[in-house]
Design a protein around this ligand. Structure first.
Ligand SMILES: [Zn+2]
Length: 54
């Protein structure tokens, strides 16, 4: 087993767990950590509050 496999698995888990969300104001895609999936997050570009998806 090479050193790349654990990081690959980690990347896959990250992709599944993290959810991307689109800013309603500027349209920028944001990656939301799983722990914040039910919280409003601030857009990195325009600062608008992005509500959690339903
Ligand atoms: Zn925005």
């Amino acid at each position: 087993m090479g050193p790349f496999l654990p990081s690959l698995i980690g990347a896959i888990i990250t992709a599944i767990v993290n959810r991307s969300r689109r800013c309603p104001s500027c349209g920028r895609k944001q990656t939301i950590p799983y722990s914040r999936r039910n919280e409003r997050v601030r857009c990195a570009r325009c600062g608008a509050s992005i509500p959690p998806p339903r």
